[in-house]
Design a protein around this ligand. Structure first.
Ligand code: NAD
Ligand code: LMR
Length: 330
C-alpha cells in the first residue's frame, strides 16, 4: 500500500447519498484496495452533529483503507489539498418538481464551492457533481474556478447510463455485462437522450437486436428519462444508494480508465463535438485513462438522435442563461 492517502472531499456527507457513498469510498471501492484514503467531509453547520454519528460508524467499520477523516462546515478548510471532490450536497427535488426547479436553491452552493476548490484543492483535483441540477451546477463551479482546467469538472449521468443498461438488458434477455457502447447525451433531466444506435448486445448492434421502434420511443427512452421521478414516487425520497454507486462508478472509471472496446457516459465540458454548444457541461460518450477523458469521435448521428440531442442541449443552454441572469457564473 502506498503511504500517502488520497484526499477525497465529499459534500452533503450527512445526507442520504452520503450515507451510502462514504462507506464504499472508505472500503476501497473508489480507489482500490491498495490506496489509503482520507475522507474530508463537508456539511452545513446544523448537520454536523448527525455527521459526527456517521463518522462514528465509519470508525466502527475498521476499514483497512481508511487513513483519516476530517469534517467541517467551511469549504476552504475541507477542500484543502483535496485530490478528488464529490459534490453531492444540494437539496433534492420532491414529487412534482423537475430537477431544473432547483437551479436557484442549489446554484449558489456551487459558486462558493467552486471558489474554494480553486483556492485550496490539490493541483491534480478531479471534481464530480452529483447534486442537482448536476450539469449546470458543474458549470457554475467551473466558472467560479478559473485556475482549475475546465476538463477537471464533470457531472453525473452514469446513473442514467446504468439505468439504461438495466432496461436494455431486460429487453434483450442478456446480462448488463454483455452490453457495450451505450450513450447518454445531454442533460441529467427528463430531456436526456439514451442512445442505443451504437450500443452492442453481445457484440451485435443493439438497435437491430431490439428492432422495436415502439419500445424504443414509448418505453425505453421515457423510462430512463423519468426513472428518477418514478423512484421519488415509489420511495417518497430520491434515489440514494444507486446514485452513490453511480458516483463511485463514474469517478473510479475516470481515475482508473474505461474498459477496452467500451465507453462511458459522462457530462463534461463541450468542445463543440456533435454540435453541442461549446462550454456547456453535457453528457457524451467518453473513454478515460489516468484521470483524463476524451469524447468518442466520428459516430454517425441519425435524424432521430439529432433531434433528441438538440432538445437536451437546448435545455442546457436555457439553464446557462438562467444562472447567468442569477449572476451565478464567475
Ligand atoms: P439529502 O437532502 O439527503 O442530503 C443533502 C445533504 O447536503 C444534506 O445533508 C444537506 O445538509 C447537505 N448540504 C446542503 N447544502 C450544503 C452545502 N452548502 N454544503 C455542504 N452540504 C450541504 O439529499 P440526497 O438524497 O443525498 O441528494 C443530494 C443531491 O443529489 C440532491 O440534489 C439530489 O437531487 C441529487 N441526486 C443526483 C443524482 C444524479 O444522478 N446526478 C441522483 C440522485 C440524487
Ligand atoms: C435521480 O435521477 O434519481 C436524481 O437526479 C434524483 C431526481 O431528482 O430524479
Amino acid at each position: 500500500m502506498s503511504n500517502t492517502p488520497v484526499k477525497v472531499a465529499v459534500t452533503g456527507a450527512a445526507g442520504q447519498i452520503g450515507y451510502s457513498l462514504l462507506f464504499r469510498i472508505a472500503s476501497g471501492a473508489l480507489l482500490g484496495p491498495d490506496t489509503p484514503v482520507e475522507l474530508r467531509l463537508l456539511e452545513i453547520t446544523p448537520a454536523l452533529k448527525s455527521l459526527e454519528g456517521v463518522v462514528m460508524e465509519l470508525q466502527d467499520s475498521a476499514f483497512p483503507t481508511l487513513a483519516g477523516i476530517e469534517i467541517g462546515d467551511d469549504p476552504n478548510v475541507i477542500f484543502n489539498g483535496a485530490n478528488v471532490a464529490l459534490l453531492v450536497g444540494a437539496r433534492p427535488r420532491t414529487k412534482g418538481m423537475e430537477r431544473g426547479d432547483l437551479l436557484e436553491a442549489n446554484g449558489a452552493i456551487f459558486t462558493v464551492q467552486g471558489k474554494a476548490l480553486n483556492d485550496h484543492a490539490a493541483d491534480d483535483i478531479r471534481i464530480t457533481v452529483t447534486g442537482n441540477p448536476a450539469n449546470t451546477n458543474a458549470l457554475i463551479a467551473k466558472s467560479n474556478a478559473p485556475d482549475i482546467p475546465a476538463e477537471r469538472f464533470s457531472a453525473l449521468t452514469r446513473l442514467d447510463h446504468n439505468r439504461a443498461l438495466a432496461q436494455l438488458a431486460n429487453k434483450t434477455g442478456v446480462h448488463v455485462t454483455d452490453l457495450k457502447k451505450l450513450t447518454i447525451w445531454g442533460n441529467h433531466s427528463a430531456t436526456q437522450y439514451p442512445d442505443i444506435f451504437h450500443a452492442e448486445v453481445a457484440g451485435k448492434n443493439a438497435a437491430e437486436v431490439v428492432n422495436d421502434q415502439d419500445w424504443l420511443e414509448n418505453d425505453f427512452i421515457p423510462t430512463v428519462q423519468k426513472r428518477g421521478a418514478a423512484i421519488i414516487e415509489a420511495r417518497g425520497a430520491s434515489s440514494a444508494a444507486s446514485a452513490a454507486a453511480a458516483t463511485i462508478d463514474h469517478t473510479r472509471d475516470w481515475l482508473r480508465g474505461s474498459a477496452d472496446g467500451d465507453w462511458l457516459s459522462m457530462a463534461v465540458v463541450s468542445d463543440g463535438s456533435y454540435g453541442v454548444p461549446e462550454g456547456l457541461i453535457s453528457s457524451f460518450p467518453v473513454t478515460t485513462k489516468d484521470g483524463d477523458w476524451e469524447i468518442v469521435q466520428g459516430l454517425e448521428v441519425n435524424d432521430f438522435s439529432r433531434a433528441r440531442i438538440d432538445a437536451s442541449t437546448a435545455e442546457l443552454g436555457e439553464e446557462r442563461e438562467a444562472v447567468k441572469a442569477l449572476k451565478l457564473l464567475g
